[in-house]
Design a protein. Structure first.
Length: 133
C-alpha cells in the first residue's frame, strides 16, 4: 500500500513569521500536535510542534519572558528544521520504519518540493485495524 492511499490531505501549514501565540492557537483549533512551516514558495522548511512550544516556554525564566516568547518569537525561532518527509508513492511499511527509527509520530508527504499530505502512526494503525493492510 502506498502513502498516498492513507495520507491526510490537504495539510494546514503556517508561515515562518507567524507569532508563537498564533502557532499555539492554530494547534489547539485544529486539534493537532504539529504543523509544517512553509516558505512563500510553498516549500516545507520545518515543523513546529507542541513539544517545541513547551520546550521554549520551559526555557523562559518568568512570566515576562513567556509573554515575549508568545508575542515576539516566531515559528521559525522554535521550529525543528529539516523535518522527516516521505514521498506519496513510497510504501507504508517504509513510513512505519522511518517513524519507528526516528521516534516520530508523523511524516509529512512531499512531492516535487511541495507539501501534499501527512501520514501519522494513527493512520497506519487504523489501516491495520480495519484490514486495509
Amino acid at each position: 500500500m502506498k502513502i498516498a492511499d492513507l495520507m491526510q490531505a490537504p495539510v494546514r501549514a503556517i508561515a515562518p513569521d507567524v507569532a508563537v501565540a498564533e502557532v499555539v492557537e492554530t494547534l489547539a483549533d485544529l486539534h493537532v500536535s504539529a504543523l509544517p512551516v512553509v516558505d512563500t514558495a510553498g516549500r516545507m522548511i520545518g515543523i513546529v510542534s507542541s513539544t517545541d512550544v513547551l520546550t521554549a516556554e520551559a526555557e523562559a525564566d518568568d512570566e515576562s519572558a513567556r509573554e515575549i516568547l508568545l508575542e515576539e518569537s516566531t515559528a521559525r525561532d522554535i521550529m525543528t528544521a529539516q523535518p522527516f518527509t516521505i514521498a506519496p508513492d513510497a510504501d507504508v511499511r517504509e513510513a512505519a520504519r522511518q517513524m519507528l527509527y526516528a521516534d516520530v509520530h508523523r511524516l509529512f508527504v512531499v512531492q516535487d518540493d511541495s507539501l501534499v499530505g501527512v501520514i501519522s502512526t494513527t493512520d497506519i494503525v487504523r489501516a491495520v485495524a480495519t484490514g486495509q493492510i
